[in-house]
Design a protein around this ligand. Structure first.
Ligand SMILES: C[S@@+](CC[C@H](N)C(=O)[O-])C[C@H]1O[C@@H](n2cnc3c(N)ncnc32)[C@H](O)[C@@H]1O
Length: 399
């Protein structure tokens, strides 16, 4: 497989409709799967960290009848992926008309959550409340899901949080005051411009919402032909805070339309703390320790704990991926820098998969062209430290 740069790809397709951090590049996953599907009789695809569902949607595009199973701990990821894979109904144009009509007819009602007025201006809250109410009046679950994920983008765009980071970080007052309230028209335009992208309706889809370390127990040994995924690269709090990024939208979206376990809205960082490596839950095996040893010796004690917590969870997840996968494992990974030490996640993962009976058949790499996480993420003794800027795709096959 030659070129996987796809540097001209601009996400004008379904994958650009609702933003999510650190997504895969759809054509890369498509190209890899097209070749694996062609030569290996693949009829089931599993993504244990599906995020916005890039790989699963591309799998369904290649083979609509494919058995698709995914998991994510973040309810926004779940909703976006559900909407992409289930599409909208044939009544969508009627529902859009009703929705736009209802927005203008919204009654006065109470709606608030902790700190709502910190994150949104009063007039913006009033406009968002109209859209929110109107969506709750639509009877089709699939059409509501599409409206919610467009709404999620509107929420982010009109919040008082900076768009330059995935973390919640309040804007300067001048910028907050300068924001022009075009919420309703903007939302309507996004709905009109995008509903036609949601035409796929994959029949064999199971989306598990929860911690993969628990959810994967539901899956039988060697039950999935292909696992294709991009896991987190470290604990969410110090790498990509998927939960914090999603939290404002999750507070706004009607919880009846979210798959919630109950703890997700406790605070803005709860999802990140419950994600891989967010807490000390597991310990490293001897083999895990051997793989990490060259890196751990080089970094500060405090950072060591975070790295160990992450890898203890990560290796258990890899064990499970190997147990569940029958033929191929494809992983998109970045190498993360901690205390100026480059942690070679790609090599660590490959060695771990090989020790579990999956041999490396190909490694592909590409520069990450657009990134919101700055290339220089933190400072160690006042020197900037680089984050990830190249990603790797490793392809392993069962021996
Ligand atoms: C790199 S992102 C996946 C992005 C995805 N490939 C896409 O294209 O949108 C990693 C995902 O792992 C999820 N995650 C982190 N810890 C998890 C856990 N313990 N169980 C399930 N999902 C988890 C995050 O919520 C995030 O959506």
């Amino acid at each position: 497989m030659s070129d996987i740069s796809f540097s001209s790809y601009r996400k004008n397709d379904i994958h650009g409709v609702s933003l999510y951090p650190a997504t895969m590049i759809a054509p890369v996953q498509h190209k890899i799967m097209a070749s694996l599907f062609r030569d290996n009789d693949i009829s089931s695809v599993y993504d244990p960290y599906h995020g916005s569902g890039t790989a699963l949607f591309e799998a369904a595009k290649l083979d609509l009848n494919c058995n698709i199973i995914g998991c994510d701990i973040n309810p926004l990821a779940h909703l976006i992926t559900y909407s992409k894979l289930k599409g909208v109904t044939q009544k969508i144009e009627d529902d859009i008309q009703s929705l736009f009509f209802l927005i203008e007819k919204t009654p006065e009602y109470n709606f608030e959550f902790d700190n709502i007025s910190k994150w949104f201006r009063a007039d913006i809250i009033a406009s968002l409340k109209k859209i929110r109410w109107a969506i709750t009046q639509i009877s089709s679950k699939r059409n509501r899901a599409f409206f919610w994920i467009v709404f999620a983008n509107t929420i982010r765009k009109y919040s008082n949080s900076r768009s330059s980071t995935y973390k919640l970080h309040i804007k300067d007052m001048v910028d907050i005051n300068r924001l022009h309230n075009n919420v309703i028209r903007d939302f309507q335009k996004q709905v009109e411009n995008n509903y036609q992208k949601f035409t796929l309706k994959a029949p064999n889809v199971t989306l598990l919402k929860g911690d993969i370390l628990k959810m994967s127990r539901k899956l039988a040994d060697r039950s999935m032909d292909l696992t294709i995924t991009s896991p987190p690269y470290g604990d969410n709090q110090t790498t990509v805070p998927y939960g914090q990024f999603s939290s404002l939208a999750l507070f706004w979206i009607d919880s009846k339309d979210l798959k919630l376990e109950g703890w997700e809205l406790d605070n803005y960082s709860k999802i990140d703390r419950m994600s891989l490596g967010g807490q000390r839950k597991n310990t490293l095996t001897h083999f895990g320790e051997t793989l990490l040893e060259p890196y751990l010796n080089e970094i500060s004690k405090e950072k060591q704990t975070k790295v160990i917590n992450f890898f203890a969870d990560y290796f258990i997840s890899l064990d499970d991926i190997c147990r569940v996968t029958d033929k191929y494992i494809v992983m998109t990974l970045g190498n993360r820098t901690v205390d100026r030490i480059n942690i070679n996640l790609t090599e660590i993962t490959s060695r771990y998969l090989e020790s579990n009976g999956f041999i490396l058949v190909n490694t592909l790499s590409r520069d990450i062209p657009i990134k919101r996480t700055p290339r220089l993420t933190s400072k160690v003794r006042n020197e900037a430290v680089s984050s990830m800027n190249e990603e790797f795709v490793i392809i392993h096959s069962r021996q």
